[in-house]
Design a protein around this ligand. Sequence first.
Ligand code: MRU
Length: 352
Amino acid sequence: MVEFQSKIKTIEWVGTFSRMVDQTKFPYEFSFVDIKSGDDMFDAIRTMIVRGAPAIGVAGAHGIVLYAQELQAKNLSREDFVKALLEKADYMATSRPTAVNLMWAVEKQKEVIKNSTSDIDGLVEELRQNGVKLEKEDVEINKKIGDYGAEVVPKGATILTHCNAGALATVGYGTALGVVRSAYAKDNTVQVFADETRPRQQGARITTLELTMDGIPTTLITDGMCSYFMKKGMIDMVCVGADRIAANGDAANKIGTYTVAIAAKYHNVPFYVAAPLSTIDTSIASGDEIVIEERSREEVTHINGKIICAPEVNVINPGFDVTPAELITGIITEVGILRPDYKKSIAEAFKK
Ligand code: MRU
């Protein structure tokens, strides 16, 4: 088992490269990988060395700096440099399809490229500075989300969470687990039930590590158990993260979240989504428009490299599902908790 401290940055720009915690190794090893090229960043996002919506947003922004540094060495004209870099930026945005934070961060870097009047060296420096800025802002935003969220956590609550929306899904502190951290700081009788989160077990491998290393009481359950514990009255609220939220409040998150939301509604358990405004995609009217990532069959057929089923069985492996807005009690953001009607509250949040 590794020693996890939530103060560690999941991803950080270091001089000329990006350093990140390798999340494929949990819980056996805690190690960092230095990503030094744009293509390596694309692969790090795709293979989930770095994962979680806000973290892959920052990774994408860093990836564009890496591509910019590579093109800088090629002695291109400024016009050719900008054209090539914008193409690389669009490519980076395709490394994973569901979390809109990736496209959002890429767009932020594209704005820098388009608005800059500097020479190539100056532009590369501006992109670096913007990458570091996005990194810093992420932690500040998560702390705000945590503080707003803590206000709706009942005293002594047991909070159910799904997947990992923690420090390791962001640069630090976390969104849903940021709410847990802020609530626990005020009331140390708060505890967490963590869904295992098949197939990649982010709940078991990552959430339980993060929380127990911070001393927050955590109980691991398998994905099918949530309604059992809700019926027994053992869950006081659900708090999860999101990968993309539509303008009407429909929220995509790790596969299995929708099932938890239905169970919560049936048992009258409040269901909160904690996410920064950068996770809200106001360009889409509803969750029907969210692209759901399809992942490999091996994630389902194997655990730790060992097959767990008939080898030739059919497999379907969508990485995410969409929880309809009507099942969501509130969306906890850095500007406050948004309530239904989400079409209105989301539009107002963006005006702020
Ligand atoms: O496939 P992953 O591990 O990147 O999925 C992560 C999630 O679904 C998280 O809940 C979501 O990104 C929110 S992270 C603050």
